[in-house]
Ligand binder design. Structure first.
Ligand code: PLP
Length: 418
């Protein structure tokens, strides 16, 4: 049977929706975009939703008592409902629009953290976290006198849960963990982590920036307390993100930013906060990016996250095979069955930045560096890795091209050194 006929989705048909993927770069080299973990590309349908909003429905939301404002508000709130359904949140009011995962995590650290974390309390993160899920807790620890602890990883790049158990205590207030590592691709056992954290009386924040577009998010199945997402990593515009939390937690938390929209009443010396979700959406929200996020969710749902995940596993397996064939390549991260579509590696004798530069000459966009995970790279014993990351619009041919281009790059370096 034709191998392509057995794929869970048709990448060629889907690519037709992404104008940028058929562009050529440098001297007419076709673009091979392998950097979706940094940000995904956008399909025409999302771009069309943005253009249509600006051309026909745009006004500020919730404020104007006029026709256009009602239109804009309806679209904005429909997007909130799309997010609610996408992450299986119990209530629309629990979906807070932010400007990205970074802001969502900072919101929790500032609002919940400042109200609940005291000297001697403990916060547990993991050594594989993105700086976005490390620095806000460091800042909270500085403000509060709390102590930070980190779940270590084994040599496969998986969390050592026995060590997590040893870190948990009655002093633990919060566990902050990513659903998928942006470097190792590790898919973390969120339900198990939540179960253990809750048994110790701690809350759990899940950084779902790298999982939301690639596998189903079910906040009720996870039973987590806070979940953070970025729109731009799931086909939507930059400048919109989501924080989900349970209503009782959000109700008890003080507002994060102060200003318009987040108030019910203001006097010269005091204010009364608005109800959820407005309480956490001070100022003019990211109206059009949020509407774009709604369109992105429609697009992802039409393909199906199970199919996307299954297809990415095929791409990742192929990537492991072609990288092994190149020789002298070290791949970081867990075995394939526990790995998302993210593969970080080093090439013997070639710096990661040179790898990225040589691949770029052949049209292949990859990322090189510490990928905002300096402590993880220290644990891995390297200062930088090259990273390829996939989405449903990548093809097996592109992965094969990566293998050939890497072999060429190695050759260039051998000749340069000779
Ligand atoms: N968390 C993870 C795991 C990420 O990969 C990223 C972005 O790369 C972030 C958080 C930060 O997301 P944003 O820059 O959209 O706020």
């Amino acid at each position: 049977m034709d191998a392509l006929a057995t794929l869970p989705l048709d990448p060629q048909a889907l690519r037709a929706d992404f104008p940028i993927l058929s562009t050529t770069i440098h001297d007419n080299v076709p673009l091979v975009y392998l950097d979706s973990a940094a940000t995904t590309q956008r399909p025409r349908q999302v771009i069309a939703a943005i253009v249509d909003t600006y051309e026909r429905h745009y006004a500020n939301v919730h404020r104007g008592i006029h026709w256009l404002s009602d239109q804009s508000t309806d679209l904005f709130e429909e997007a909130r409902e799309s997010v609610r359904a996408f992450i299986n949140a119990p209530a629309r009011e629990e979906v807070i629009f932010t400007h990205g995962t970074t802001e969502s995590i900072n919101l929790v650290a500032r609002s919940w953290g400042d109200a609940n974390v005291r000297t001697g309390d403990e916060i547990i993160a993991t050594v594989m976290e993105h700086h976005s899920n490390l620095v806000p807790w460091q800042q909270l620890a500085e403000r509060s006198g709390a102590v930070l602890r980190h779940i270590p990883i084994d040599d496969n790049g998986e969390l050592i849960l026995d060590e997590f158990d040893k870190l948990l205590s009655e002093r633990t207030r919060l566990v902050a963990v990513s659903a998928v590592s942006n470097v190792l691709g590790t898919i973390n056992p969120i339900e198990e982590i939540v179960r253990r954290a809750h048994a110790a009386g701690a809350l759990v924040l899940v950084d779902a920036a790298q999982s939301a577009a690639h596998m189903p998010t079910d906040v009720q199945r996870w039973n987590a307390d806070f979940v953070a997402i970025s729109g731009h990593k799931m086909l939507a515009p930059t400048g919109v993100g989501v924080l989900w939390s349970r209503r009782e937690l959000l109700d008890a938390m003080p507002p994060f930013l102060g200003g318009g929209s987040m108030i019910r009443r203001v006097k010269l010396d005091s204010f009364e906060p608005a109800d959820l979700p407005a309480k956490f959406e001070a100022g003019t929200p990211p109206i059009v990016p949020a509407i774009g996020l709604g369109a992105a969710i429609d697009y992802i749902n039409a393909i199906g996250l199970e199919k996307i995940h299954a297809y990415e596993q095929i791409l990742t397996r192929r990537a492991h095979d072609v990288l092994a064939d190149v020789g002298g390549v070290k791949i970081f991260g867990p075995p394939l069955e526990n790995k998302a579509g993210i593969v970080s590696f080093t090439v013997e004798g070639v710096h990661a930045h040179d790898v990225a530069q040589l691949l770029d000459r052949q049209g292949i966009a990859v990322r090189a560096g510490h990928h905002c995970t300096m402590p993880l790279h220290k644990r891995l014993g390297v200062t930088a890795t090259a990273r390829v990351s996939f989405y449903f619009y990548n093809t097996l041919d592109e992965i094969d091209l990566l293998g050939r281009a890497l072999a060429d790059a190695k050759g260039v370096f051998r000749r340069r050194k000779a």
